[in-house]
Design a binder for this molecule. Structure first.
Ligand SMILES: [Fe+2]
Length: 263
């Protein structure tokens, strides 16, 4: 049963891969509410949120900003995993971290959270970002009927998510044993980020949806398992000289903020 917590139907805004550009989340909330006329209840962020002490301090403490709606996030592969436990405690009044292999009731849905990613490269993949067998096993110890929707940072394997040009060397997109989660829970929906592209796939009753980064849009999920993809490209300030050099050197892509050069 879906709980109604306000007068209007519950709407959850899902987004991903903000890479420390927290203000892009608020900009998309404002767009959804003012331009689309949708009242947002909360936000779920699918990883690469940017759990870094200096960026969080600048945004929440020094600039005294807050998210416009309650925000829940899982981890991606670009976070400070050493500092993560301390950071999510310190900023728990600003956002709520959903640890791996745990279930959370949000907007009446039971979400299984599983941050992290498959191994890509030791230069860009901290070991703590890897999804472990133990974390998969913990998920599988949950009752099959305990989960409505799965949220992950990386995508399930064998969905056909295309590789990002230049990243083929990291192998086929997806994390190992993801198919065991599909078979165990048979969730109605499965949302993921990481690959910075919209991707929809349906298989054996599960509807999979991949998300672009926050600067390109978001997903609106209602309280009846219906969702829609909203593409809304945010304007970026003129890139700095350093950013232009990084683009020239192909270290970052021109359509992304620095820091989001990789999945
Ligand atoms: Fe990622």
């Amino acid at each position: 049963m879906i709980l109604r917590v306000s007068e209007h139907p519950v709407v959850i805004l899902l987004t991903s891969d903000s890479h420390c550009y927290y203000d892009t989340i608020n900009k998309q909330i404002v767009y959804a509410e003012t331009e689309l006329g949708v009242s947002i209840d909360c936000v779920i962020h699918l990883g690469d949120f940017g759990l870094y002490a200096s960026h969080l301090h600048d945004y929440f403490i020094r600039s005294r900003k807050r998210f416009l709606k309650p925000l829940y996030c899982i981890d991606g592969n670009h976070e400070d995993f050493t500092a993560l436990p301390k950071l999510v405690r310190k900023y728990e009044t600003y956002f709520t971290y959903l640890p791996r292999s745990t279930v959370h009731v949000i907007g009446g849905y039971r979400f299984l959270a599983l941050g992290g990613a498959a191994y890509m490269d030791s230069m860009i993949t901290e070991s703590a970002s890897l999804i472990t067998d133990e974390q998969i096993d913990r998920c599988l110890r949950l009752s099959p009927d305990a989960v409505d929707i799965i949220i992950t940072h990386d995508c399930p394997t064998n969905l056909g998510v295309p590789n990002t040009p230049g990243m083929e060397c990291y192998g086929t997109p997806g994390f190992a044993r993801s198919e065991e989660l599909s078979a165990h829970f048979h969730p109605k929906l499965w949302f993921f980020g990481h690959h910075h592209k919209w991707f929809t796939h349906q298989d054996e009753g599960v509807l999979y949806q991949g998300l672009c980064g926050t600067w390109k849009g978001f997903v609106l999920l209602d309280d009846a398992y219906r969702f829609r993809v909203v593409t809304h490209q945010l304007e970026w300030e003129k890139p700095s000289l350093i950013e232009r050099i990084l683009v020239k050197l192909r270290i970052i892509r021109p359509d992304q903020p620095s820091g989001s050069n990789s999945r």
